[in-house]
Design a protein around this ligand. Structure first.
Ligand code: NAD
Ligand code: TYD
Length: 350
């Protein structure tokens, strides 16, 4: 793995993964980060990395659906490994306007697979990042395993399911060396504040309402983003080619409980005093259509075969996340005000 194409490296998980690869892991090659810089992509996340690793980090503004542009990236940088994060990732947006999800998540992935199979000199690995949402919704009991049939319920999860099938098919049909990981809900530094945890943290800090969908009893498993990064890198190095691995945090929790946890942690921190607990900001709002009731992950395969376990508990992970948002107010301001997008236009054009 000398020249790794990371797609979507300016998004939440991609940013954390590029940082992990270059700052912490034993990867010795070069990262070529291709990102279209949608609303979710912020190249400022990696501006320090660009300075510290000028020989080992390259950023290219590009769209994975652009065949010609991506062909140049493959040629120019002699790509031998791919870690594919780029996607439209937010379920609520996929309900309002699914088009971009079909385009990027399905057509974009297909485009990369085509380039990968034709790559001169062969490709060492195509690692595809996916979600547990492809498995649909669980009842009270049971867990998603790698054998659980696909049953996606939202345009987002259906588009991810479709891309997973394409990746698998390219292994079976063309012998492309692939690995796939399906993980649970990530949280941690650099997450765009439309997802549950950063939204609740920032709203609670600002004294705004905390909108909980439906009865708040939907269950998610929460994976601290650095734990996700260590798992991806283990799978990329030692995972069986053609195989799928589930990644989870062992932290199932009802939404309402996680929001209460955020409120309680914030109430205990030395922040400007409030008259009432932040729990009073919780507001139950109309449910999301097709809202999956419960996700829970069985990651026995990853633990047994590759010896991976998550390091963070939900409590330690949420505390770290809150601390990061408190210490990075400037990042929050630029993202919330959209200022980072003016910076992108000034540097890269519209
Ligand atoms: P994100 O929305 O924060 O980042 C996505 C990145 O992809 C952005 O930087 C965006 O600019 C880029 N992008 C979008 N369309 C593109 C295109 N056409 N060409 C090039 N770049 C494009 O997403 P994330 O939360 O970091 O998720 C990364 C991956 O992990 C996605 O594939 C997502 O489906 C998967 N995933 C995420 C979670 C989660 O909890 N966040 C859970 C499971 C799986
Ligand atoms: P989200 O972060 O959007 O991730 P996903 O839909 O991919 O699981 O939402 C996590 C859970 O939180 C999900 O059950 C929906 C719920 N939710 C709320 O109750 N309120 C909110 O404002 C948001 C964004 C999500």
């Amino acid at each position: 793995m000398k020249n790794m194409l990371v797609t979507g490296g300016c998004g939440f998980i991609g940013t954390n993964f590029v940082r992990y690869l270059l700052e912490e892991s034993d990867f010795e090659g070069r990262v070529v980060n291709v990102d279209a810089l949608t609303y979710a992509g912020n190249p400022e996340n990696l501006s320090d990395i660009e300075k510290v690793f000028p020989e080992r980090y390259v950023f290219v503004k590009g769209d994975i659906c652009d065949k010609e542009g991506m062909a140049h990236v493959f040629d120019d940088y002699e790509i031998d490994t791919i870690c594919h994060f780029a996607a439209e990732s937010h379920v609520d947006r996929s309900i309002v306007s699914p088009d971009a999800f079909i385009r990027t998540n399905i057509v974009g992935t297909f485009n990369l697979l085509e380039l990968a199979r034709k790559q001169q000199g062969g490709l060492e690995l195509f690692h595809h990042i996916s979600t547990d949402e492809v498995f649909g919704s669980l009842g009270k009991d049971g867990y998603f395993t790698e054998e659980t049939p696909y049953r996606p319920n939202s345009p987002y999860s259906a588009s991810k399911a479709s891309s997973d099938h394409l990746v698998r098919a390219y292994h079976e049909t063309y012998g492309l060396p692939v690995t796939i990981s399906n993980c649970s809900n990530n949280y941690g530094p650099y997450q765009f504040p439309e997802k549950l945890l950063p939204l609740m943290i920032l709203n609670a800090l600002e004294g705004k309402q905390l909108p909980v969908y439906g009865d708040g009893l939907n269950v998610r498993d929460w994976l601290y983003v650095r734990d996700h990064c260590t798992a991806i890198w283990k799978i990329m190095k030692n995972g069986k080619r053609g195989d799928t691995y589930n990644i989870g945090g062992n932290t199932e929790m009802e939404n309402i409980r996680i929001v209460e946890m955020v409120c309680d942690i914030l109430d205990d921190l030395p922040l400007p005093k409030r008259d009432h607990s932040r729990r009073e900001l919780i507001t139950f709002v109309k449910d999301r259509p097709g809202h999956d009731r419960r996700y829970a992950i069985d990651f026995t395969k990853l633990r047994r075969e590759l010896g991976w376990v998550p390091e963070e508990s939900l409590e330690t992970g949420i505390r770290k996340t809150i601390q990061w948002y408190l210490e990075n107010q400037e990042w929050v301001n630029r993202v919330q005000s959209g200022e980072y997008q003016s910076w992108i236009e000034a540097h890269y054009g519209k």
